[in-house]
Design a protein around this ligand. Structure first.
Ligand code: CU
Length: 842
């Protein structure tokens, strides 16, 4: 181990000369410059525009009260920090000078040759608002405007009647890509902000669902009908279920369970749906709601209403037809009790009372049984109750967020959270160059198997449950590190006013605990020539979706070497059904009377790549054995692999079905741009997935998820093919409004075109006892990497100043070379743990 006294820090001469140049150019004193710069040695100048720009950032210093020690080489930093007493003062000290010199800096940067970068950065920053979700104010304005149009006849959505015209959902309507690019690349005017509004017209003879584009924001003056590809109509029965409809479902369940009160009371050991206090039943409705298009009949299962009720099914399932807009006309079509089917509740009750069916009696309910809860139990093997490691930013954040615009280590992007499907990234750039126009979540499904009717019917298609709107509050220190920046989100779904989701998105930089690169160069004589290493820091943008029982954690990660990762981690309660011996073909018994049902999770992403421009091509790479005479020993043969590249010219040849072997590499590149070594500049998509298809091609519900046929499909960008799924697929997967198969049917040319990669990832989940109480995230993360492949001339993380090199000097003592001040100390947060848990209307 290297002791303090043995460490010598080398300060960069180049840094000092840059400082002098800046000082001259800006006519400011040396102290201000040296405080604001990181020492640089052997690094080509100039600094990039974003890094200089960050010096003027005011966002960062939001946490006070931590006094971190900064060791030797950072004398100037630590001195100012200690004198000032906190880090904010240091940054403000710098900022004050920098702000007044901002214009001068711009001029200087132009002279340093980064004009384009800065210009581009400003346009990206300016353009990010095109992708920003609607503000509560805009939502109010759109609602008021539409409610003011008498011909629509809109009334409050919270009214319990189903026969009403009301707004179901409101969100940003994205601008067309070419219009957005004109603003992002050429500085032309940004397109008008617009809202997409879904209206249910139920107060009329022929009810329908219509989508509108309301424009312009913030003061709307018009609304026009929004159509889907092929102008497919939206079937009324395909609409999601609202709270109003759920209240009627609750009503009919009260009637059903009143009839079956005695049966339920006896079977469950004292639980009932009505008039209960601490022995209550609740329900889970599953989807799709029928067997063919136009139906709306749902299997509903009863569960004990205790903490973690998802894994307390009681063996009673009922099929309710709720298609009629008059709930008085809803009917029970089937009942399932202890593996027996009945046509009516009355038939079930009669046979139960007569004793002509197989009765079931659950084991006595034990209030002390912690089974489905988070309460710790068992012997703790941790020898102490002190806290584990925590993530700290000893000198403050290194990323910058302004609204929905994020910058970090050369990366920049805009984000939003779509109400239907969730997190989206736009205008993703590295060092000012666009890599992707959009990377976004499209759909998440879980298709189940089981022995009960609810289990065999469950095919969850979660955009239909508005999975973008269920991004509840994130807990600091658990869901995101304490140091994360939390952002609120607003959604307008099944409501009459915007709903605030506090701290629903977080951004943080973390260390992965793994070097990005390292090498120990042994001299093979007990010593070394040099050691070189670079810490791996990554920026994470995270939201979650709690889709009833399940929790998805959605991450986009940005690495310093130009790699971007998309990852989903699954946790929360399993969807479990009543145990029957037959059920063991479909999962594991996880409790006295509970089966964890097998299911496959599939997630679909849209990756609209723009690799150094819009015109891109796509190829796959495989290896093939070659066999030839050994040129240096003729009686032998050489067998080795050679690279075989396949250019995919048409959409259908670039659609890779799950039942076919997937290529080793899939590579997107700009055929018109080469790196220093003559290779076309490109990115590859690398999968981290264990997915497979969930139903045979063309089989009923499979038509709704035709994207899931393909691990990867590559299409030409079209504004009319903006999403691969819709909020309507869940309740009508048989004749979907959006069918991905339509995107590739015309088999267009994909050479030197604007390409979109559609990526399916996922995994099979066979629940097991350790899924109790919740599925855990380790091993349950899948996703993909966007990795540069000959895009740069060398690893772009070489620009990181966090590199450390150690070499023995002439006397053999370690000489440390570094470009950032060394830091020791600990600062987590000065805020106690806080969680609010509400999501109010605003
Ligand atoms: Cu699962």
């Amino acid at each position: 181990m290297v002791r303090d006294s043995e460490v010598r820090i080398s300060w960069g001469k180049e840094f000092q000369s840059l400082g002098a140049a800046l000082e001259k150019a800006l006519l400011i004193n040396r102290e201000n410059i040296t405080h604001s710069m990181t020492p640089v040695r052997n690094i080509p100048l100039p600094l990039t525009a974003p890094s200089l720009w960050k010096l003027g950032s005011t966002e960062g210093m939001r946490r006070e009260g931590c006094n971190c020690l900064v060791r030797a080489g950072s004398v100037q930093h630590s001195r100012v920090a200690h004198r000032a007493g906190n880090r904010s003062t240091l940054r403000e000290h710098i900022t004050g000078h920098m702000a007044t010199r901002c214009c001068c800096l711009l001029v200087l940067l132009v002279t340093l040759g980064t004009c384009d970068g800065l210009h581009g950065r400003d346009l990206a920053h300016h353009g990010a608002s095109m992708f920003a979700d609607l503000t509560p104010r805009e939502m109010h304005d759109v609602r008021d405007y539409l409610h003011g149009q008498p011909e629509l006849g809109l009334t409050a959505s919270q009214d319990k009647t189903l026969k009403k015209n009301s707004i179901l959902l409101m969100e940003l309507h994205l601008p067309r890509k070419h219009e957005a690019l004109r603003a992002l690349d050429r500085g032309q005017a940004k397109p008008t902000r617009q809202a997409r509004v879904i209206v249910q017209f139920a107060n009329q003879a022929e009810p329908n669902i219509t989508e509108y584009i309301v424009s312009p924001l913030p003061v709307p003056t018009s609304y026009t009908r929004k159509t889907f590809k092929g102008d497919k109509p939206i079937k009324f029965e395909s609409r999601p279920i609202t709270m109003a409809e759920y209240s009627h479902i609750n009503d009919i369940l009260e009637k059903i369970t009143a009839k079956a009160h005695n049966l339920l009371f006896e079977s469950t050991g004292g639980f009932s749906f009505n008039n209960c206090t601490n022995r209550c039943l609740t329900f889970t409705d599953i989807a799709p709601r029928g067997l063919e298009s136009g139906e709306r009949r749902t299997w509903i299962m009863l569960q004990k209403f205790v903490e973690g009720y998802f894994i307390h099914p009681v063996g009673f399932e009922v099929l309710v037809n709720h298609k009629d807009l008059d709930p008085e006309r809803w009917t029970v079509e089937k009942v399932w009790y202890n593996s027996q089917y009945f046509d009516t509740v009355e038939e079930l009750v009669e046979r139960y009372e007569k004793g002509t069916l197989k009765k079931v009696k659950l084991p006595d309910h034990d209030d002390e049984d912690l089974y489905s809860t988070y309460i710790p139990r068992g012997h703790s093997n941790m020898r102490t109750d002190i806290h584990g490691p925590k993530l700290v930013e000893p000198q403050g954040p290194r990323y910058h967020i302004d609204g929905n615009f994020v910058e970090y280590a050369g990366w920049s992007f805009a984000f939003r959270v779509r109400s239907s499907a969730g997190l989206q990234i736009f205008d993703l750039r590295f060092n000012g160059e666009r890599i992707a126009y959009e990377v976004s979540l499209q759909e998440a499904i879980a298709f189940y198997s089981g022995d009960t009717p609810a289990a065999m019917q469950t095919k969850y298609i979660d955009a239909g449950w508005a999975m973008g709107t269920v991004d509840y509050e994130l807990a600091p220190g658990i869901d995101c590190p304490e140091i994360a920046t939390f952002r609120d989100l607003h959604h307008y779904y099944d409501t009459d006013k915007p709903v605030l989701f506090k701290n629903a998105l977080c951004v943080f930089e973390m260390t992965t605990g793994m070097p990005l690169r390292r090498h120990f160069n042994s001299n093979f004589q007990g010593g070394y020539n040099f050691y070189g290493g670079l810490e791996n820091h990554v920026l994470v943008v995270r939201t979650t979706s709690t889709v009833y029982n399940y929790d998805y954690i959605w991450d986009f990660l940005f690495y310093q070497n130009g790699v971007m990762e998309s990852r989903v981690s699954a946790t929360g309660y399993i969807h479990a059904t009543f145990f029957t011996p037959n059920g063991l073909q479909y999962g594991s018994k996880v409790y006295n009377y509970v089966l964890g049902n097998l299911h496959t999770h599939l997630i679909h992403y849209k990756v609209d790549l723009d690799i150094a421009g819009r015109e891109n091509s796509f190829e796959s790479m495989n290896l093939k054995y070659v066999n030839f005479t050994n040129p240096w020993s003729h009686k032998y043969s050489i067998v080795q692999s050679k690279l075989v590249k396949t250019q995919h010219q048409k959409e259908r040849s670039a659609a890779f079905r799950f039942d076919k072997k997937f290529p080793r590499y899939v590579h997107f590149y700009n055929p018109n741009e080469k790196n220093k070594w003559g290779h076309q500049r490109g990115y590859r998509i690398q999968y981290n997935s264990h997915a497979n298809s969930v139903l045979p091609r063309g089989w009923r519900e499979e038509n709704g998820i035709s994207w899931s046929r393909y691990q990867l499909a590559v299409t030409r960008h079209k504004d009319s093919e903006s999403t691969s799924s819709s909020i309507y697929t869940q309740n009508d997967p048989w004749e979907p409004v959006v069918s991905f198969e339509d995107f590739i049917r015309n088999n267009e040319n994909i050479t030197n075109q604007d390409l979109v990669a559609w990526v399916t990832v996922g995994f099979l989940h066979v629940p097991h006892s350790e899924d109790i109480p919740n599925t855990a995230t380790p091993g349950n993360s899948v996703g993909f990497f966007l990795r540069p492949f000959n895009f740069f001339d060398e690893d772009p993380s070489l620009a990181s100043r966090s590199t450390v090199i150690v070499r023995p000097d002439t006397e053999g003592k370690p000489k440390v070379q570094r470009w950032t001040p060394e830091v020791i100390g600990h600062c987590v947060t000065d805020k106690p743990f806080f969680y609010n848990g509400t999501y109010p209307g605003v």
